[in-house]
Ligand binder design. Structure first.
Ligand code: ADE
Length: 266
């Protein structure tokens, strides 16, 4: 085809994207990795557990759903590991549930909410709640040109300047890896990612959301200060319950703000 025909096609795609951005958001998918984090949000938004799973039989993934402030809300939690009975945290479960939930539920927007470690050197304290600007991995080291960038997997969250201003949340970069602790190599990558918060799912959710072209925002509440004096595990477990209260309040405020708005208005 002649070049101008191609240009027309690009124009049509861009126009469709603009229309999409201006349409009121109707369906929101919330992805949360831990039961302790998910239950307060389920209660606050008065969601009900699914009786007939939309997922393939045998998987432990749990969906809660309901209508809240005229938004269709689905909250998906990857459930308990079938063998060990603990929450299925980490990037493998997160990417699987994100993929399956997008396919089944076709959301307009994803919110990945959860707890995170924070760096006091970047101004972070226990109980702070962050919106995320960029997200990347810190434990996928492939020192071969271009594979190195693939490993880091840097992605941008949906820009939400109005939401940030209205809710008075903090903004920072998120770095994701499959360990709660931090090896010296992880630390170098986290510094290279210019991260303020560290979690175990965000970059995996972002990868799938990007593949399937669904915008994503991250709401992360700090349970432990990684560059502080206390051991991470102790501090995480000690603060988990209190910090999830801050998290569920922030998620509800984010959902309240989204209600009646388009992606472009966030
Ligand atoms: N979630 C809460 N604290 C964390 C940490 N320090 N690292 C990764 N994920 C976390």
């Amino acid at each position: 085809m002649a070049p101008h025909r191609h240009g027309e096609k690009v124009d049509a795609v861009e126009e469709a994207m603009v229309v999409e951005e201006r349409r009121p958001i109707s369906s929101v998918l919330i992805i949360i990795a831990m039961q302790t984090e998910a239950v307060p949000v389920v209660n606050k938004l008065e969601l009900k557990e699914d009786n007939h799973s939309v997922f393939t039989s045998g998987v432990p993934w749990v969906r809660y759903h309901g209508t809240y402030k005229e938004l269709q809300i689905n909250l998906v939690w990857p459930g308990k590991d079938p063998t060990l009975g603990v929450d299925s945290v980490g990037t493998v479960s997160a990417s699987l549930v994100t993929y399956a939930a997008i396919q089944a539920l076709k959301p307009d927007l994803i919110i990945n909410a959860g707890t995170a470690g924070g760096f006091k050197a970047k101004g972070s304290s226990i109980g702070d709640v962050y919106l995320v600007s960029h997200v990347a991995f810190h434990d996928r080291r492939i020192p071969i040109p271009v594979f190195d960038l693939y490993g880091v997997g840097l992605r941008e969250a949906l820009s939400t300047p109005n939401l940030l201003k209205q809710l008075n949340l903090k903004l920072g970069n998120l770095s994701t890896g499959d360990s709660l602790d931090m090896s010296p190599q992880d630390e170098s990558s986290i510094i290279a990612n210019d991260a303020t918060v560290k979690d175990m799912e965000g970059a995996a959710v972002a990868y799938v959301a990007d593949l399937l072209k669904v915008p994503v925002v991250f709401v992360k509440a700090v349970t432990d200060v990684i560059d502080g004096d206390k051991p991470t595990t102790e501090e995480f477990l000690q603060n988990l319950a209190a910090v999830t209260a801050a998290l569920d309040q922030a998620v509800a405020q984010v959902v309240d703000f989204i209600s009646g708005k388009s992606l472009a208005e966030l």
